[in-house]
Design a protein around this ligand. Sequence first.
Ligand SMILES: Cc1cc2nc3c(=O)[nH]c(=O)nc-3n(C[C@H](O)[C@H](O)[C@H](O)COP(=O)(O)O)c2cc1C
Ligand SMILES: O=C(O)C(=O)c1ccccc1
Length: 376
Amino acid sequence: MYADFQNEIYLNGLTDIVPSLPTDLTRLEPLAEKKLSREAYDYVAGAAGTGDTARENREAFRRHRLVPRMLAGHTTCDLTTSVLGETLPAPVLLGPVGVLRQLHPDGELAVARAAEKMGVTMVLSTAASYTLEEVAEAAGPRWYQLYWPNDRDLAISFLERAKAAGYTALVVTLDTFMLAWRPHDLDNAYLPFLRGLGNQNYFADPVFSAAAGDNPILHWASLFGNPSLTWDDLVFLREHWDGPIALKGIQDTEDARRAVDAGMDGIVVSNHGGRQVDGAIAALDALPPITHAVGDQIDVLFDSGIRSGADVVKALALGAKAVLVARPYAYGLALAGEAGVRHVLRCLLAETELTLRLSGHGDVTSPSLEILQNVT
Ligand SMILES: Cc1cc2nc3c(=O)[nH]c(=O)nc-3n(C[C@H](O)[C@H](O)[C@H](O)COP(=O)(O)O)c2cc1C
Ligand SMILES: O=C(O)C(=O)c1ccccc1
């Protein structure tokens, strides 16, 4: 899927790179800030509380250092990996981000088209601003992220629709059964959430519509979260979803063990990009003890703070099988639509490959990839 990076750059030019966009992905955010409305920008860039955990997510990447190895003799680098029973061409996925139509009129459709062209899996949010059926028409590889509503029939309907539309795996987000204290959104009166754009999958649902009455947004707000859920409820998901299931938002080793005991196929070690519990542990710091405890029993994925190929390699070195990226591609979408999302993926994948090769690795599972220093 990905031409070897050197061939790509010398023989073809670097395809998918948008010349007007920076190739250092941390520089997308200030550009997006200039382009987007205040509330749309704040919605994406914002975090819970004082932003302490969001900052700490990035600091943790600075503390962990790669130790490059020399004379390893690899002439190629194989990025292929296997996650939740699927072969992925590279250990990177597009993580779930709700309400993308706030950032670009094509929203999730543009992301799905970029995913299809790059062969990268998109994880579609329950809070998407296009329906899951519309997004499926772009025909890219796709998983479905579930915000588990507090209505069983609606949950079943979501799962059946996702299955019918070709979503192959389920990512169940556990850390957002209500929205945290988010000063950015509070100060903007929650406009991004209240415009109804993130409710398309609810509005399009026959179970939802039958009960919505004349204030569907209020009905949505009453159904969105499900704070009463416990580990025992995972049986329900197994009954209604026959594909692989990953739990997103795991930060504790004991919770990771419970996911294994519950027969889950994967977990996503994540603190939701610092958007939920301000003061929570940096996601990268949560990763090593979890992969140590359960990495051989369940697929461990990671997100929260990935901004470069070097970050991808660090997460892999700490035991993740693949990573999800969120804000960088949201900014790429805001700045250049589908082409902006492809740009972000190309930068991430090319730098991941270069970092691996220059560190002496020929593939993503090489044992020496574990060499890493924690600088405190
Ligand atoms: C604007 C925005 C919307 C998000 N919406 C969702 C969502 O609908 N479902 C979900 O599981 N996670 C959602 N997330 C969390 C991301 O999937 C991811 O866990 C988080 O942003 C960390 O990755 P990052 O540091 O690459 O942004 C959202 C994140 C952002 C920034
Ligand atoms: O903003 C978020 O982090 C998020 O997960 C979400 C939840 C509901 C609707 C849109 C986004």
